[in-house]
Design a protein around this ligand. Structure first.
Ligand code: FDA
Length: 302
């Protein structure tokens, strides 16, 4: 990324919300559940599977975490009622991790229990490094109780290969992604090569241990390398899946599906769209540049 792009990306949070909303529309299914249902149904009709996510994070009040719990359970019920092919992704800080550990564990347990009763699955997203230990602990506790829970892990964290090695001592279910939060070099790889090497090492470790993995990336090199590992380990399409984010490189998801792999799309929706939108725009300097241009054009025309 050029220095100019880095500057644009860093200052994105200064842009007014309506402009951010306009440019991030492609990444979000809508503000309300019926809109997300329509998006997932359309994806299912094209043979994509989905994971639905109620946007929201860093909740600091118990009643808001309880509301979020209710929303997650409603999504699970709706998936069943509407016969959608989708599971649910959750963030622990939306369910109280910044408030109290046991409170969060019980909230997540309720969601995973409900998913099990509906024959569905819950993926725990991985957030910033302040939450890593507690997120892994909650996953470890719940996988002893339920088979239908999985964890996202981030290849940019130096610790992840060890974490995954430890977790693989028991049957596990992972999503491997690069990681999106800004972390210090002391704990996180910064070069693309190191992040990608770690990503591929993780996929290989999980294949070797015969656990399930969601390969979550839009990076052509990682996809090519994953294809090679799928062949090397003779994995069948029900032993792994690819995952992409809604609105990111749609031509890529079509190609992966055509190549005969399971392809899951992360479908976020909800009124708390701001943080997620900023993260997506920061990953896309071209779009971030357009956001900025639009901001300054408006200011100058006032
Ligand atoms: P990379 O960023 O190198 O992108 C590869 C290509 O895709 C580039 O050509 C790039 O331009 C394009 N691209 C990427 N993002 C784009 C965007 N927003 N708009 C347009 N083009 C874009 N992270 C995390 O910390 N915790 C988590 O739980 C998750 N969960 C998760 C689920 C799923 C299904 C996915 C796909 C990703 C995540 N992530 C995540 C995010 C992940 O860590 C990472 O930030 C993004 O996937 C971008 O990294 P890539 O591997 O795609 O590579």
């Amino acid at each position: 990324m050029s220095l100019f792009d880095q500057l644009v990306v860093k200052t994105l949070p200064l842009v007014p919300k309506p402009i951010v909303r306009y440019f991030s529309k492609r990444y979000i299914a809508g503000e309300h559940l019926p809109e997300a249902v329509r998006v997932v149904r359309a994806l299912n009709e094209k043979k994509f599977i989905a994971t639905m996510d109620v946007l929201g994070e860093s909740v600091t009040e118990r009643n808001l975490a309880i509301n979020m719990l209710g929303e997650c359970k409603e999504v699970l019920n709706t998936i069943t009622e509407e016969k959608l092919d989708s599971n649910l992704s959750i963030k622990l800080t939306q369910l109280g991790l910044d408030i109290d550990y046991d409170f969060t564990l019980n909230n997540v347990r309720e969601i995973v229990e409900q998913a099990r009763s509906l024959d569905n699955f819950v993926r725990i997203d991985m957030e910033d490094s302040k939450t890593t230990d507690r997120t892994i602990d909650i996953y470890k506790t719940l996988r002893q109780e339920y088979p239908n829970v999985g964890l996202a892990v981030q290849s940019y964290l130096r610790r992840t290969v060890d974490d995954v090695g430890e977790l693989l001592k028991e049957k596990s279910n992972f999503r491997v992604c690069k990681g999106i939060y800004i972390e210090p070099e002391k704990i996180a790889y910064k070069s693309r090569k190191e992040i990608n090497d770690s990503f591929i090492k993780l996929i290989e470790m999980i294949f070797e241990a015969d656990s399930y993995v969601g390969i979550a990336t839009h990076d052509d090199d990682l996809i090519t390398e994953s294809y090679r590992l799928i062949e090397k380990y003779d994995k069948k399409p029900d032993q792994y899946e690819f995952q992409v984010l809604l609105g990111v490189r749609p031509e890529l998801r079509d190609q992966i599906l055509q190549d005969g792999h399971r392809m899951r799309i992360y479908v976020p929706f909800g009124t708390h769209w701001y943080q997620y939108s900023i993260r997506r725009l920061q990953e896309n300097p071209k779009m971030a540049g357009m956001v900025f241009k639009s901001f300054f054009t408006r200011r100058n025309s006032k």
